[in-house]
Design a protein around this ligand. Structure first.
Ligand code: RIB
Length: 311
């Protein structure tokens, strides 16, 4: 049997078009923006960039279009050292996202259109079976079709790969997902969509963690923004605090930074609490910079922050 190694991510790439403004416009209103940028995004793609920069051998599986945004994807993976196994969908454009970022708080709101990655299907997953089976850690989300995510998780789980599922964006999904994930990583909104009550404190996260594990997940990691990450399993009930070294500028992609750092640490056999701290440090640096994928830190920056906070 081939030795398992590295992080494999199934997900989407899109071009993030980010608008800085004092607030969201209301319907019928035009609002003057205070900044604009275009850069690489998509949850899976951001997670892959974060994992690679954090030091993991990382492979990204997706579909892109034959266009300028597709070229942006390719150059992003070249620069960040991600091995990309991409299929070009000639008839579809590469996707894009509208991201509003509040210029005071750094909070965000997003609309994402997956474009070519919306065509990720069963034959594509089958073609990549070996890559998934050989991973040490496999991670996916809900931005590509649900059936593809489910099929890839079944393959990973069947091959004894450590599986991580980020149920984002918040949506209804098959209950089969729970038993296929060693780790489920929702944020507050995504956790609330699953458990049906607001999840915004240690107590509510603990209740939510119990439900997620009862449904079949191995460990639940609920990301709670500036409060940190709540970790729940049969043995662990712990709040790992958020860490940062600079003011928060832009929270978009923070969850992806966490997952990239967390999975990179898992692939090095770090235990779940140490890997969560590593993920928190990755996210803590990313929120002090603008953009999603471009804000992901290098390994030495994560190590320095962990050292500075005494971990
Ligand atoms: O998690 C942030 C990401 O969500 C953005 O990059 C955007 O593309 C959406 O997919």
């Amino acid at each position: 049997m081939t030795k398992k190694s590295g992080v494999v991510v199934l997900g989407i790439f899109v071009a993030d078009t980010t608008y800085l403004a004092e607030r969201m416009p209301v319907i019928g209103e035009t609002l003057m923006g205070r900044g604009f940028s275009v850069g690489p995004g998509g949850k899976g793609s951001n997670q892959a960039v974060a994992a690679a920069r954090a030091g993991a051998e990382t492979t990204f599986l997706s579909k892109i279009g034959k266009d300028t945004f597709g070229e942006l994807a390719q150059s992003t993976y070249r620069e960040s050292g991600v091995k990309a196994q991409l299929m070009i969908e000639e008839a579809e454009p590469t996707g894009a996202a509208f991201i509003y970022v509040n210029d005071t708080s750094g909070e965000n709101a997003i609309i994402v259109y997956p474009g070519a990655a919306g065509k990720i299907d069963s034959p594509f997953i089958e073609e990549n079976r070996q890559t998934i089976e050989n991973a040490k850690v496999f991670v996916t989300q809900m931005e590509q079709p649900e059936e593809a995510a489910l099929q890839a998780l079944r393959i990973a789980k069947g091959a004894g790969v450590t599986t991580v599922f980020n149920p984002a964006p918040a949506s209804r999904f098959s209950p089969e997902f729970f038993e296929l994930c060693d780790y489920i990583v929702p944020n507050e909104t995504e956790a609330e969509a699953i458990v049906g009550f607001p999840v915004d404190s240690f107590e509510t996260a603990q209740k939510a963690g119990e439900i997620l594990c009862d449904k079949g997940a191995g460990v639940a990691l609920i990301t709670l923004g500036e409060k940190g990450v709540y970790v729940h399993s049969k043995e662990i009930r712990a709040m790992v605090p958020a860490v940062t070294n600079a003011p928060v500028l832009d929270t978009s992609g923070a969850g992806d930074a966490f997952i990239g750092g967390f999975t990179a640490a898992l692939s090095e056999n770090q235990d779940v609490v140490a890997a969560t701290r590593f993920g928190c440090a990755t996210a803590g640096i990313s929120v002090s910079r603008r953009g999603t994928a471009p804000s992901m830190p290098q390994r030495h920056e994560i190590d320095d922050l962990l050292k500075n906070v005494g971990y």
